[in-house]
Design a protein around this ligand. Structure first.
Ligand SMILES: [Zn+2]
Ligand SMILES: [Zn+2]
Length: 391
């Protein structure tokens, strides 16, 4: 069958899979229906190997080319939905209360399945492709768990590629940038312990509330005085708990503040964490209180390897043409757990146009089925680009 005809036929089937996934969203690592559908399709297509149970409900399909030995590429799709109520009123809207595919992972899963079907039918490449279907992108760090369970070593993955839909970007278009693309999102809770007492005799106390008030201001100097203004950093204190409005003559013995820090450069992330700790400890010392820092590391910075970004751009251009690929898409302060795979192996993540849809995580959002064919063609183009015989 000619290439275009095969693609159109598979994309039509993938649209039905996508809508089925959309109707039955599942959360985090708990994806029994979704992973069963994925594993069933991969077996039906004739993948050389289908492995389930990685990171709980993760599924890997291995497809070997018929043109000899070569690299192994890892293509990743996320499968999980969000705990929110859908308000689209579409015929294929979620049938599960308070769960919704509002980030388009149903589309990502369907597109990678479509690519697997095409690649198993053709196998016109050297080396192998591992199609990676991961759970728990939305907060559970499913990619990190897969990496910890030996994903890369077990399947001999040399390079990793990811794709996420982007509302507002035209259908059939792609966007990417080399280097940092999405932020790291770390969180913190600081407890300051002092000595409580009568508010009329503050000299007998060691007031943690006053220390905390200074600390909130001092933390704002990280972004305003410590880091380069051309290197984006967000420090937000979003939580402050102290004292009791029913006991206004009491200075509390301890207080808590918390918040989030966003950075887009791995080195800056490290140095900002160090500066944060120094400021917290120095502020505590200044007021003769003690600090306990609960640092909650979030997803790392998503960093596209420059060389693999060129590969991704070439593949995207072969699908969308020169004008259909923006290779200088702005960084954003959101985060993405594909970053763990990119820490382990070089690769690139690309945005796929979802057209004029509602925003991601909005109750009116729906993945655009017209994007499916472009996404699957991108996966096929990466294989053509990167798994040529003798390369
Ligand atoms: Zn999301
Ligand atoms: Zn997402």
């Amino acid at each position: 069958m000619p290439f275009d005809e095969a693609m159109t036929e598979i994309a039509a089937a993938a649209k039905a899979w996508r809508r089925q996934l959309h109707q039955y969203p599942e959360l985090l690592f708990d994806l029994p229906k979704t992973s069963a559908l994925v594993a069933g399709k991969l077996r039906e297509f004739g993948c050389d190997e289908v492995v389930t149970g990685i990171a709980g409900t993760g599924v890997i399909g291995v497809i070997k080319g018929r043109l000899g030995a070569g690299r192994t590429l890892g293509f990743r799709a996320d499968m999980d939905a969000l705990p929110m109520s859908e308000e689209t009123n579409l015929p294929h809207a979620s049938r599960v209360a308070n769960m919704m595919h509002a980030c388009g992972h149903d589309g990502h899963t369907a597109m990678l399945l479509a690519a697997a079907r095409y690649l198993t039918a053709t196998r016109d490449f050297a080396g192998a492709v591992a199609v990676i279907f991961q759970p728990a992108e939305e907060g559970g760090g499913g990619a990190r768990v897969m990496i910890e369970e030996g994903l890369v070593e077990r399947f001999g993955i040399d390079e990793v590629y990811g794709m996420h839909n982007q509302p507002g970007l035209a259908v059939g278009s792609f966007a990417i940038r080399p280097g940092p693309m999405l932020a790291a999102g770390d969180r913190f809770v600081v407890t300051l312990n002092g000595r409580g007492g009568h508010a009329a005799y503050p000299h007998t106390t060691r007031d943690p509330l006053l220390a905390g008030a200074h600390l909130v201001g001092a933390l704002q100097t990280i972004a305003s005085r410590y880091t380069n203004p051309f290197d984006p950093v967000v420090v937000s204190v979003s939580y402050f708990s102290a004292g009791n409005p029913a006991a206004l003559n009491v200075i509390p013995a301890s207080i808590q503040i918390g918040g989030t820090i966003r950075t887009v450069d791995p080195q800056t992330r490290k140095s900002v964490e160090g500066r944060f700790r120094d400021i917290v400890n120095a502020s505590a010392t200044l007021f003769e209180t003690q600090a306990e820092i609960d640092w909650r590391a979030g997803y790392p910075v998503t960093v596209n390897d420059p060389d693999k970004t060129r590969v991704a751009i070439a593949a995207a251009r072969s699908v969308a043409g020169e004008a259909g690929v923006d290779d200088d898409w702005p960084r954003a302060m959101g985060s993405e757990d594909f970053s763990y795979m990119l820490e382990k192996r070089p690769g690139a993540m690309i945005w796929l146009g979802n057209g004029d849809s509602a925003a991601l995580h909005n109750p009116g959002y729906d993945f655009n089925d017209d994007a499916i064919i472009h996404g699957m063609r991108y996966w096929a183009a990466l294989v053509a680009e990167r798994l040529k015989p003798g390369a």
